[in-house]
Design a protein around this ligand. Structure first.
Ligand SMILES: [Zn+2]
Length: 286
């Protein structure tokens, strides 16, 4: 099946790939209608969510949060996974007040969230910018700008909200990327910065000698990850100037039957980083 998928990906022109994906999701959305699960993003109930994620020994050994093979995580209708739905719930949370946001920068945008954010920003008369390092497969179209997170082409203090999930673990100089995120955010602007991390390590595990994809899988849990974050992840964000809030799933959404249907990972933590007020105490002039 995967071989067929990769042949299709190589042979189909991009536009045809997007259309095919849309058709598949549309058909699945009808076939799997039901009541066992509920997707808050496409707002339908389903009889089934598909399993997904990589299965590697290190993920289980290190109890890595935000990675690994998980049961019932992919929505048949919009292909959102458990992580996407959690970020969606955070975006909608009245407590977090992430939206409305005048200008949003979404790095490596999760396709399942793009439709919602595009519509929201448009209807509010606000700005939505998407950026990614490479255009690959059918994941991103040309509306997503090519950008380098370690050298962003935006002015200081530009964005109210920046969303950058599961990206920093791929970047050699993650501290520089964090500095850039800090720089382009407005004073009091916020960023959602999810990464896979392990509660079993006090300190993030990095080893520059580990560069082969198979070794990275063994050590970091994915062929293209360059580190495994530990409990010090929030401290790294604090080091570049952020205030960091860590919200558990329980703090975000009451634990009840309705939450169960969302098929979230209850071990996940949402990392919300805020660029504090300017030292001059007047954010609007910055
Ligand atoms: Zn959905």
């Amino acid at each position: 099946m995967n071989a067929v998928k990769s042949i299709v990906k190589q042979q189909l022109p991009r536009w045809a790939g997007y259309q095919l994906k849309k058709i598949i999701l549309g058909v699945r959305s009808i076939i799997y209608r039901g009541n066992a699960f509920y997707c808050p993003i496409c707002q339908h109930g389903y009889s089934k969510f598909f399993d997904g994620g990589f299965d590697l020994p290190v993920i289980e050994q290190m109890q890595i949060i935000g990675a690994g093979r998980r049961k019932h995580i992919i929505c048949p209708g919009c292909a959102s996974n458990d992580r996407d739905r959690l970020v969606f719930m955070a975006l909608k949370s009245p407590d977090l007040q992430l939206l409305p946001a005048g200008k949003i920068l979404h790095i490596a945008p999760e396709p399942a969230l793009v439709g919602f954010l595009q519509k929201k920003q448009q209807s509010d008369g606000n700005t939505y910018v998407m950026g990614v390092k490479y255009h690959e497969g059918f994941y991103y179209d040309n509306s997503v700008q090519l950008i380098d997170l370690t050298s962003l082409k935006f002015n200081d203090n530009t964005f109210d909200l920046l969303i950058c999930n599961h990206v920093l673990e791929h970047i050699d100089d993650d501290e520089q990327a964090m500095r850039e995120i800090f720089r382009v955010l407005k004073w009091e602007g916020k960023a959602i910065l999810q990464v896979p991390w392990t509660p079993l390590l006090e300190k993030t595990y990095e080893n520059e000698a580990i560069i082969k994809p198979e070794d990275r899988e063994t050590h970091f849990g994915q062929f293209d990850h360059v580190r495994l974050y530990g409990k010090d992840y929030a401290d790294k964000l604090r080091k570049v100037g952020f205030k960091v809030e860590k919200l558990t799933v329980n703090a975000l959404i009451p634990k009840d039957k309705a939450r169960e249907k969302l098929a979230l990972n209850s071990k996940e933590v949402i990392f919300v980083a805020t660029k504090p007020s300017t030292p001059h105490g007047n954010p609007s002039n910055s």
